[in-house]
Design a protein around this ligand. Structure first.
Ligand code: SF4
Length: 248
């Protein structure tokens, strides 16, 4: 089998996660390079084409072999993993070692997602949803292809793969009505799992973004989202939907 070793740039490895691959103990492979420059991005070291401290793919495979029987899954995150010419080969290698595989993507690479799903290389996919499309570039600071993004959603739903769409919220970038517009689009696409993540202050690419307090979205918005998605998740260090009073 052709190996992905010379075609995948690895910028980091997280040995163990219990949150990035639902239902699996997993390791995370962070690939190097991204096509976007999101203002809230906290993976700035992974954005450029060259990793400060790159890992060889062989060393990643050796690491995973040592953990067979303990780790259940491998997550490909980034950066943007779909930019890697060796991603599909790397996924095949990981699957041949007996691991389940997950992909975290910004959602603009339908051909790669389609090919991976056609071969059943993925068991979970998480897709960023940054903004209503009219506002997308104000956050990503790079042009994006709305048609390609829509195709990815269609491919995911048609395949029936476990998935999550996720939005990082900073109230200076997204309003409650923006979020509801995005929810409309997700519902139209029949996406059933949606997560809202509170902006993490400190490491953001755009250092002018101020910290965010617990009321970064209105309680009423969160309740509406919970009612609209069978799988709704709120990721915040200081607020949960259940802790909020139902707005009148
Ligand atoms: S947050 Fe944006 S810039 Fe950062 S890795 Fe993800 S898609 Fe790329």
């Amino acid at each position: 089998m052709k190996k992905g070793s010379d075609k995948i740039l690895v910028g980091g490895l997280q040995p163990l996660t219990m949150i990035d691959f639902p239902g699996r103990l997993a390791s995370v492979v962070f690939t190097q390079g991204c096509n976007l420059r999101c203002r809230f991005c906290y993976n700035r070291t992974l954005l450029g084409e060259k990793a400060a401290d790159p890992l060889s793919w062989e060393s990643v495979i050796d690491f995973l072999r040592d953990r067979q029987g303990f780790i259940e899954g491998v997550v490909f995150s980034g950066g943007e993993p779909c930019l890697q010419p060796g991603l599909l080969d790397a996924l095949r290698e990981v699957r041949e070692l007996g691991f389940d595989a997950a992909l975290h993507t910004n959602g603009f690479f339908p051909d790669i997602v389609e090919a991976a799903l056609a071969e059943r290389l993925l068991q979970f996919i998480a897709v960023d949803f940054k903004a209503p499309f009219e506002k997308y570039q104000s956050i990503t600071r790079q042009p994006v292809d709305r048609v390609a993004y829509g195709r990815v959603a269609d491919i995911i739903v048609a395949a029936g793969i476990k998935h999550e769409y996720r939005t990082t919220v900073h109230p200076g970038l997204l309003s409650d009505s923006d979020i509801m517009l995005m929810a409309d689009w997700l519902e139209e696409k029949k996406i059933s799992n949606y997560a809202i993540q509170k902006f993490k202050y400190g490491e953001a690419l755009d250092q002018s973004l101020p910290p965010v307090n617990a009321s970064f979205l209105q309680a009423a918005t969160l309740f509406k989202l919970r009612a609209r998605f069978t799988g709704f998740t709120l990721r915040s260090d200081d607020v949960s939907v259940d802790s909020l009073k139902q707005a009148a």
